[in-house]
Design a protein around this ligand. Structure first.
Ligand SMILES: Cc1cc2nc3c(=O)[nH]c(=O)nc-3n(C[C@H](O)[C@H](O)[C@H](O)COP(=O)(O)OP(=O)(O)OC[C@H]3O[C@@H](n4cnc5c(N)ncnc54)[C@H](O)[C@@H]3O)c2cc1C
Length: 359
């Protein structure tokens, strides 16, 4: 086994992008994935590259859109324009009172209120009584496409991809298949499993899994906009396990219908009919649409909702790139670029708000 400059653990969107950037900049890289490329949330998400509506995260989103444009040469096509996001609500357009804040904080979203019936005028598949908000964001993509494209790009730049074998941190490198692989640096990009790799003692646990189930359907007349249910904050505030919260994103003829937000791994087959029944409140045709497939995966949610990007606590040679929660496809490539810069000893735009040592 070779001794790389950098070992990257985890072939999700973040690990694949880190590996690609490092290899293209001349580092010898080994990317280790215990399952397969995009096995976690990076292959099973809803597939919307979306503005995060959080000021500290917006630069990561803007930069990520640019990285996705650069992926065109690697068989990944970001839509030329955003598909648009419709946030749907019963009765009134803005039950959470967010419109003024959205317009002030993020004028680039061109947020507008839609009275009952107006969402249906935009998207005939939507139930006619619904009102809502429309925002100019949201590029719909097949969920695993960007991760696979970055993995191919890493391989094309000379990275060694070791797929189907787990890695663990070891002094001076990583163990792979029970053997020590010395490495100059290690990037842990293992999604919700990152803390247990960095600190097997169990003390450092700033990222927790938030499990989501998605159902794939093929609608005869799918909406172009990404659709979301209004009031996600209220559902969380009620305490306990929130009920399924509707979302529908369509790319390449397949729609991802979601989703759940659960602290424990759910049985996706039990939840799939509930997701479809909930979805039919917003898109009535879902009631009669067969479920093509069902998938579950975990959002790597950090304790303060911001990613962890930088050196691991107490380890000079170990870097962390994880904790993007519900925004990993939307922000991950820019985070990866910044961690790659740090590993390479270049100036990296990494504010203290993202420092893993804040926990
Ligand atoms: C239902 C759902 C819908 C979502 N929809 C969206 C969306 O529309 N837009 C958006 O921006 N985000 C979305 N997200 C969030 C997004 O999917 C995640 O934030 C992102 O995929 C996380 O990427 P990651 O690379 O950090 O981790 P992961 O994708 O979890 O990748 C980590 C990888 O590390 C591997 N690994 C773990 N331990 C080891 C080990 N010891 N050795 C080797 N490999 C290991 C795992 O197998 C995995 O492949 C969604 C998430 C969910 C759950």
């Amino acid at each position: 086994m070779s001794s790389p400059d950098v070992a990257v653990i985890g072939a999700g969107i973040v690990g694949c992008a880190v590996a690609a950037f490092l290899a293209e900049d001349g580092a010898s890289v080994m990317l280790v994935e215990r399952d397969e490329v995009a096995a976690g949330a990076s292959g099973r998400n809803s597939g919307i590259v979306q503005h995060p509506m959080e000021p500290e995260l917006v630069p990561l989103f803007d930069e990520t859109v640019g990285h996705y444009r650069d992926l065109a040469a690697h068989r990944f096509a970001l839509p030329a324009e955003p598909n648009g996001v419709l946030v749907l609500a019963d009765g009134e357009p803005d039950p959470g009172g967010e419109l003024d804040w959205l317009r002030t904080a993020f004028p680039e979203l061109h947020a507008e209120a839609l009275q009952p019936g107006e969402p249906t005028a935009l998207e005939p598949a939507v139930a006619p009584h619904l009102a809502g908000l429309r925002m100019d964001t949201g590029y719909a993509v097949p969920p695993a496409a960007a991760t696979r494209a970055f993995a191919a790009r890493a391989g094309a730049a000379g990275a060694e991809l070791r797929i189907g074998t787990g890695a663990a941190l070891a002094p001076g490198g990583v163990t792979v298949d029970g053997r020590l692989v010395p490495a100059g640096a290690v990037v842990v990009a293992a999604g919700p499993w990152t803390p247990e790799l960095v600190d097997p003692s169990g003390e450092w646990r700033p990222i927790a899994p938030l499990w989501g189930v998605n159902v794939e359907v093929r609608l005869a007349a799918a909406p172009r906009h990404a659709l979301e249910e209004a009031g996600i904050e209220r559902l969380f505030a009620e305490g306990g396990d929130p009920p399924p919260i509707f979302s529908l994103v369509t790319a390449a003829g397949t729609s991802s219908l979601g989703s759940t937000f659960l602290p424990r791994e759910p049985d996706p087959e039990i939840l799939a009919p509930r997701l479809r029944a909930n979805g039919a409140r917003f898109v009535p045709a879902l009631a009669d649409t067969p479920i093509a497939s069902v998938r579950a995966c975990a959002r790597p949610l950090s304790a303060d909702g911001r990613p962890l990007l930088g050196r691991a606590p107490a380890r000079e040679d170990v870097f962390v790139a994880a904790g993007h929660g519900p925004w990993g496809i939307s922000l991950g490539p820019a985070s990866a670029r910044r961690v790659a810069d740090l590993v390479l000893g270049r100036p990296a735009a990494l504010p203290a708000a993202f420092d893993p040592a804040r926990f």
